[in-house]
Design a binder for this molecule. Structure first.
Ligand SMILES: Nc1nc2c(ncn2[C@@H]2O[C@H](COP(=O)(O)OP(=O)(O)OP(=O)(O)O)[C@@H](O)[C@H]2O)c(=O)[nH]1
Ligand SMILES: [Mg+2]
Length: 301
């Protein structure tokens, strides 16, 4: 039997639907999703099988004009993911079309080594009329020589099968890179921290989600088969700590419950989750926070 395997990097502007597509391809939630921009902070690998091909999807942080050190490290991680992949899929939002951000990404693609396979996936087609799609496809293909164009809805699933089957034929002949039943390449403690960060991002307003990070401090397997997980939420100011805690600790309690429920579903067993909120004014400038997130501190220079 000839097997195929390869890395498929999903890139695009923040909120384009990269993580939603990763999860749909894998058939499980391996990457967190919110309606807010800049949800994904590091590369997340999700593994999918299609026939005799193994597709390793590399979900990346959105590409945008970076301001802070963290932004720069995220954007570097995204381009790094693209540079290392066998195939790149650029996601563009159907209803937003060719934004300034998309233009910048097209310029970035032109700077990659020649001969790389880049496909276009116009996402969120459920939000527009068909005639918009044809025009957008034409305009984008005039700007870059995409190997192929797909029109998809990562959320609803339209067009996703076509994309997956095409990718399966494009990745090189190779032994599989992961065991057949593996769905993610990410430490469990990181997945657990990400789930909590998703719940925080969904519940907290404005800038706050961008000014916090979550780390799993300890993970203890208990005799009864349950797990005790202790996490720290780092925030930058006392005021932020107050908001995360909420009145009588109600906010953090609700976040903890939502995260625990999802973790239990993911792990298929009981979880005791303990969240602590710590003020750490300077966490955005600490190398250790970046390595915990799976980012390169140097890239944030
Ligand atoms: N209507 C519609 N919404 C979608 C579709 N795909 C994703 N979304 C929504 O778009 C929002 C962003 O999705 P994500 O998957 O988090 O986007 P992302 O590209 O990973 O975003 P970052 O991690 O911030 O770069 C979420 O609210 C999704 O539910 C789609 O096909 N149709
Ligand atoms: Mg994402």
């Amino acid at each position: 039997m000839t097997t195929r395997a390869g890395f498929v990097a999903l890139i695009g502007e923040p909120n384009a639907g990269k993580s939603t597509l990763t999860n749909r391809m894998v058939g499980a939630k391996v990457s967190i999703v919110t309606h807010k921009v800049q949800t994904t902070r590091a590369r997340i690998r999700g593994v999918a099988m299609e026939g005799d091909s193994q597709l390793v999807f590399v979900d990346t942080p959105g590409l945008f004009k970076p301001r802070r050190r963290l932004d720069r490290a995220m954007v570097a991680a995204a381009w790094g993911g693209a540079a290392d992949a066998d195939i790149i899929v650029l996601l563009v939002e159907a209803h937003r079309g060719i934004t300034e951000g998309v233009e910048r990404i097209l310029e970035g693609l032109a700077d990659l080594p020649q001969g790389r396979t880049v496909a276009l996936a116009i996402n969120k087609i459920d939000r527009v009329e068909a005639k918009v799609l044809l025009k957008l496809t034409e305009d984008l293909n005039e700007r870059y020589a995409f190997a192929k164009t797909f029109m998809i809805s990562a959320e609803k699933g339209h067009g996703v099968k076509d994309l997956r089957e095409w990718l399966a034929g494009e990745v090189p002949e190779s032994p599989w890179l992961y065991p057949e039943d593996q769905i993610a390449d990410l430490p469990m403690r990181t997945i657990a921290a990400e789930i909590t960060r998703e719940k925080l991002t969904l519940r907290l307003h404005q800038e706050l989600p961008y000014q916090l990070t979550v780390e799993t401090e300890s993970w203890e397997e208990r005799q009864d088969g349950s797990a005790r997980i202790d996490q720290v939420i780092y925030v930058m100011r006392d005021g932020h700590k107050g908001i995360v805690l909420g009145r009588k600790g109600e906010t953090v309690k609700a976040i903890g419950q939502a995260a625990r429920t999802e973790l239990e579903e993911f792990l298929g067993r009981k979880v005791h989750l303990f969240l602590q909120v710590k003020v750490r004014e300077n966490w955005l400038e600490e190398a250790e926070r970046y390595s915990e997130m799976g980012l390169d501190f140097k890239d944030g220079n």
